[in-house]
Design a binder for this molecule. Structure first.
Ligand SMILES: Cc1cc2nc3c(=O)[nH]c(=O)nc-3n(C[C@H](O)[C@H](O)[C@H](O)COP(=O)(O)OP(=O)(O)OC[C@H]3O[C@@H](n4cnc5c(N)ncnc54)[C@H](O)[C@@H]3O)c2cc1C
Length: 594
């Protein structure tokens, strides 16, 4: 093994969380910071020729190569897990910027009560009403403590939106269900699509409160507090699964990397696949990785930060034997516990045939409206049969050529062939759309967790991460309830548009078991959860390992359970908070921060 010169800080993974930490530490201290990233370099110039839906959207060029590493899945302890051999329920990123390069940039905060969910649910319903096998936990911090870091993240990314709760004052037109914000968004909301106007009218007629979804695709040209300038979005709609060719979409490569790349105390090493955290006597000593040539390298470091996303943060701790493995049968241990994903709406609410064209070829990542009238505790059945809801969205642009072409009302043409079909496809492709989308909060359960697979290995021979996860009756109820709301929204949208809803679409059908053969969201949480005590969590609220003070583990792996909202802004905000604690306290006096 090659042994390198020691460095002050080694960071594993160059996504949003790793690069946020790197930028904070390298610019606010003189420590030398090395980031190890298993994937390739990425830069804006290479995104110029990327509007190739087949290559990027369908063949998923920017994602992790799952022939080299994937996960295995089983529904219960009794099952044998099988490897997920196609990009399925989530899309892990790789390379500089991680999934933050090809994310869709919906940039939401979590509702205030998410952070004290266990307390909130117990107070509202009584402990007896919670599912018997739940592992719902408070995060150990409150919304008010994280709020300044949300604001810092929003400024860094240039998030656009409209406040619905400004210093406690509710404002119609924004999300009136959000936690209190100290500031209005840095930028005004995106331009509106025709479909957004229709959706707004439809849901307002139903008495709900739509708001512009916050997005990290700039609505106008913007210079952030770090003096990074980026142009407003051109609405080309190649966001989700693509890097932005004009840098309107906030990505680690256009907001954070430029601030550190030329610094003498910063180094980003690509094609370095970390396999172990090295440690002795309760102290991290560095990491072991494979370099591009396949050589084993030891990088000694005084501080180790894992920012390799939910799966690999957990995997690296498991492989390195740091912490107590969670045991689902006894409930002992914490490492691997509280795996959560996101709940989908049941069935299909149906597609709407519009009278007017939608101009769906234009749009921006995150553009659209949100609706939180059923999010968190809002609008749910009074009997407590559903403890948490989810967020709806609608009216966003989007309809890339391959995904939208060929949609048409039934009976217009023989299926998928011939000149009649081509004619009908051209006539209809831009007149068919949905009445909304949904993502629901997923509670934490004892039976959903991560550990190492006993059979399958990655390309280096290390065990894969095994997911044990399934939906419970609670998620089925959430899912059916959301499906019914979506039907209402879709029918209202069709009415307002003077369109009609296509028959079929599986209305009312349940969502079945947890599936690995279709996309859910890349919002997978847990495994290395944070909390107020070492008995209940792996890291403290500064994301510092309880047992190893010079090891920090950042990202959504720390979330004790999921919110329905998108996770990235929360992940970055918590990283800023951890970085503050490192700079202001830890480096002055290394040791436990909590
Ligand atoms: C298509 C898509 C759309 C999305 N849309 C949204 C959205 O609209 N809103 C939202 O909030 N979130 C969205 N997400 C999720 C969002 O991208 C992630 O929450 C965010 O990027 C996570 O940042 P991270 O730094 O924690 O992890 P990542 O971005 O996954 O970065 C981790 C990095 O670590 C590297 N790594 C992993 N293991 C190792 C190892 N052993 N050695 C070295 N390096 C390693 C990886 O290659 C990767 O670059 C989306 C994701 C996808 C894929």
């Amino acid at each position: 093994m090659k042994r390198l010169k020691p460095v002050d800080v080694v960071i594993v993974g160059a996504g949003w969380t790793g690069m946020t930490m790197a930028k904070e530490l390298a610019t606010r201290t003189s420590l030398n910071v090395v980031v190890l990233e298993r994937g390739p370099e990425r830069k804006t110039s290479e995104y110029m020729a990327q509007m190739d839906e087949l290559d990027f959207g369908r063949r998923r060029r920017m994602l992790q190569n799952i022939a080299e590493e994937t996960v295995t899945h089983r529904h219960t302890l009794r099952d044998r897990a099988a490897p997920v051999r196609q990009h399925g329920p989530f899309y892990p990123g790789t390379g500089t910027g991680g999934a933050g390069e090809h994310w869709n940039a919906v940039a939401t905060r979590f509702p205030a009560d998410s952070f004290v969910l266990a307390t909130h649910l117990r107070e509202r319903w009584g402990a007896a009403k919670l599912p018997p096998n739940h592992r719902i936990q408070d995060w150990g911090i409150t919304y008010d403590e994280i709020e300044p870091y949300y604001w810092k993240t929003e400024q860094m990314m240039g998030i656009n939106g409209k406040a619905g709760n400004l210093r406690g004052k509710l404002i119609d037109g924004g999300n009136i269900f959000e936690g209190s914000r100290s500031h209005e968004y840095p930028n005004p909301p995106h331009k509106r699509t025709y479909a957004m106007n229709l959706w707004e009218k439809a849901v307002r007629e139903l008495g709900y409160h739509p708001y512009p979804r916050p997005a990290a695709t700039l609505s106008v040209s913007y210079t952030n507090p770090d003096k990074i300038s980026r142009p407003g979005c051109a609405y080309c709609d190649f966001c989700n699964m693509y890097g932005c060719m004009i840098e309107a979409k906030a990505q680690p490569t256009n907001t954070l990397l430029p601030l550190v790349r030329d610094r003498k105390n910063f180094e980003l090493r690509n094609h370095c696949w970390v396999r172990r955290v090295l440690h002795r006597d309760g102290k991290a000593e560095g990491v072991m990785y494979m370099d591009q040539s396949g050589e084993e390298v030891e990088q000694p470091a005084s501080l180790v930060v894992l920012s390799s996303w939910t799966m690999n943060n957990t995997k690296l701790l498991l492989l390195s034997k740091i912490g107590d493995l969670y045991e689902p049968l006894t409930g002992k241990g914490t490492l691997g516990a509280n795996l959560t994903h996101q709940v989908r709406a049941a069935g299909g609410a149906g597609r709407i045939v519009f009278k007017e064209v939608l101009n769906g070829f234009m749009g921006a990542g995150g553009q659209g409206l949100g609706l939180d009238d059923f999010n968190g505790p809002n609008g749910l059945p009074e009997d407590g049969s559903i403890l948490r809801g989810g967020t709806f969205s609608g009216g966003g642009g989007g309809g890339s050529p391959l995904s939208s072409f060929g949609s048409m009302p039934p009976g217009e043409a023989p299926r998928n062939w011939g000149s009649q079909w081509k004619k009908a496809a051209i006539q209809w492709w831009d007149r068919i759309g949905g009445g909304g989308g949904y993502s629901g909060e997923h509670l934490a359960y004892k039976h959903n967790f991560l550990d190492l697979d006993p059979t399958y290995t990655d390309k280096w021979g290390d065990p894969l991460v095994r997911m044990t996860i399934d939906w419970t009756e609670h998620e089925h109820r959430q899912s059916r309830f959301a499906g019914e709301v979506l039907v209402k929204l879709t029918d209202a949208m069709a009415r307002v548009a003077g369109g009609k809803v296509l028959p079929g679409g599986g209305r009312g059908r349940g969502d079945g078991r947890y599936r690995t053969d279709r996309y859910n969201s890349t919002h997978v949480q847990g495994g290395v959860i944070m909390g107020a005590s070492p008995e209940a969590s792996v890291v403290n609220t500064y994301l510092q390992h309880w047992r190893m003070p010079n090891l920090f583990v950042v990202g959504a792996s720390a979330f004790p359970q999921n919110s329905a909202m998108h996770p990235t802004v929360t992940g970055v905000a918590l990283t800023y908070r951890a970085a503050d604690a490192l700079v202001e306290r830890y480096f002055k006096n290394p040791g436990a921060l909590a």
